[in-house]
Design a binder for this molecule. Structure first.
Ligand code: SAM
Length: 264
């Protein structure tokens, strides 16, 4: 029986697992980080970007990123969004949100607590949707497993009929996660005017990076596609070596769609 099967099997649901980090001094990039899960004497290595494996183990995502590595991004974006809404005298209930890279629903839960009127989730892997339904049932009005750059007609219809006016995407842009093309497709599904609230690693906006985000975001702000309402640099989480990883959180007003030729 694999460790994941063991943890999920009825006989050992009460059995706890330990999380072990790599030895100090191992120089791992953020997209190379891993931990080991230990159940009894059995160990299994899991890369942080192997979300399928992480979501399959109930509680692992929260223990790993929130308890051990002190991730604060969903709370930061909720607080920033709440401040912007208060300044604009907009009721949270007016928000009809598309949460991109929704994972197991932590951002959706924050949005519900904020009072959002509707929350739709989208993620590219089945395991994320399954974990959201398992861990936070009812948080999303609907949760789609889909590739935003290749939506099936019924998926597109669902999102158009949802009458979305706000985009959120937290800790999901860049690396091998949501690419600029998928971000643009989601952004263009939001009404104009609308709101976009997202977090992104600071290197992806302040430096020339290979992900394409720094160029896209620069053009969006310069081209009056979007207007920043709030911007905050903050510590997203710690690395496995205990170093701070800085991100930038934006809440911005949408003024227009991202032209498709910007993504060529
Ligand atoms: C670090 S997790 C963040 C999850 C959640 N936003 C949170 O803050 O807890 C990144 C998520 O992005 C999803 N993802 C990666 N590429 C994607 C894509 N092209 N479209 C939608 N979701 C994607 C992953 O499956 C994963 O669930």
């Amino acid at each position: 029986m694999s460790i994941i099967e063991q943890i999920n099997s009825e006989t050992v649901t009460q059995v706890d697992f330990k999380i072990l980090f790599p030895e100090v001094g191992l120089d791992l990039g953020q997209d190379e980080e891993w931990c080991e899960i230990m159940v009894g004497t059995a160990r299994r290595r899991i890369r942080f970007h192997d979300y399928r494996d992480i979501y399959d183990i109930p509680g692992l995502y929260e223990r790993l990123f929130y308890d051990k590595l002190k991730c604060v991004s969903p709370r930061v974006i909720r607080t920033q969004l709440a401040q912007v809404l208060a300044e604009r005298e907009t009721e949270p209930a007016e928000l009809r949100v598309l949460d991109v890279g929704a994972g197991n629903g932590i951002v959706g839960e924050e949005l519900r607590e904020l009072g959002a009127g509707a929350v739709f989730g989208i993620d590219i892997i089945e395991e994320a949707a399954a974990a959201a339904h398992r861990d936070r049932p009812g948080v999303y009005d609907q949760y789609l497993v889909a590739d935003l750059t290749d939506l099936a007609p019924d998926q597109r219809d669902t999102l158009v009929e949802a009458d979305l006016n706000t985009l959120t995407t937290v800790a999901a842009l860049g690396f091998d996660d949501v690419p600029p093309q998928a971000f643009a497709a989601a952004y263009n599904l939001i009404s104009t005017p609308g709101l976009a609230a997202f977090t992104i690693k600071e290197d992806f906006v302040t430096a020339r990076d290979a992900s394409g985000f720094s160029e896209l975001i620069r053009r969006m702000f310069a081209g009056e596609v979007i207007c920043p309402l709030a911007r905050q640099r903050y510590r997203h989480r710690l690395s496995v070596q205990g170093e701070p990883l800085y991100y930038v959180a934006f809440v911005a007003e949408k003024f227009g769609d991202i032209p498709s030729d910007w993504l060529d």
